[in-house]
Design a protein around this ligand. Sequence first.
Ligand code: GRG
Length: 295
Amino acid sequence: MNFEEVLRERTDSIQAIIEKYLPEAEGFQFKVIEAMNYSILAGGKRLRPLLMQETWRLFGGEGAVIEPFMAAIEMIHTHSLIHDDLPAMDNDEYRRGRKTTWAQYGEAMGILAGDGLLNYAYETACRAFEMEPENPKIGRAFAVLAGKTGIYGMLGGQCVDVEAAGKRLSAEKLNCIYCLKTGALIEASMMIGAILAGAKDREVHLVEQISSDVGMAFQIQDDILDVTSTTEELGKPVRSDEKNEKTTYVTLKGIQKAKEDVERISRNAISMLDSLDTGNEFLRELIVHLINRRK
Ligand code: GRG
């Protein structure tokens, strides 16, 4: 099987895991559950659970304890997209090839569906404690999931980003926004895979550095696609950074330098990955694949 076929097969199996952990739309609160499921089932690359599972494989992980965490990270990611699209944030009406959650269900329900997915992510991750009550690695993984999502992680980065709208930013501040807003959740994904598989502390630390580079390269590529791609290809509006008067890597450094840096940073991640005693060829190829991604 070639890389694309394996990618499709693994993404499909991740889709099944996510669906298994979604709540039933029932009770008087069925509308918010319907909106949560509408958003998460709209598609998406499932990159974060994929990175989690591949890092777990890299360190020889076995069993199903990783699955609630894979579903949880995609719920947290989807919550961030729902809130990012709100009128008070980017005010976007199109995402993952369909209407954004607030555009479909109204603003109040959009806010609540985002909150619902964020909380349900932790409820879902808690299922791992039921599976293996004696496993101390689950608590460590849970702490990473919570910490990388909050004020010292993704939410913190989003706050700096919101305050920065319309202002010209230094490279240092932009770097901080990217590390937190995008990088933190990618770091959580790979670190949780490593922790649950039993990687040593120094290996988890190296995985944090690798994933930080993957996150940075991924966000720079996102900036590039915002100016080079189409709404049809991305499934979301292009030129949204310009609309929101955002300083991006492309506005700061130019498109050519941005492309070179995606390549350089990704190569750095791969060389750190190669320095480990253990290997996962698919994960390696996935990082290369992200350099040239078109969506
Ligand atoms: C906790 C109140 C509260 C808010 C959430 C909104 C927010 C904080 C964070 C936004 C984070 C964000 C949107 C970062 C951008 C990262 C990024 C490039 C997302 C797109 O990811 P893809 O391309 O999307 O993996 P798909 O749709 O493929 O899953």
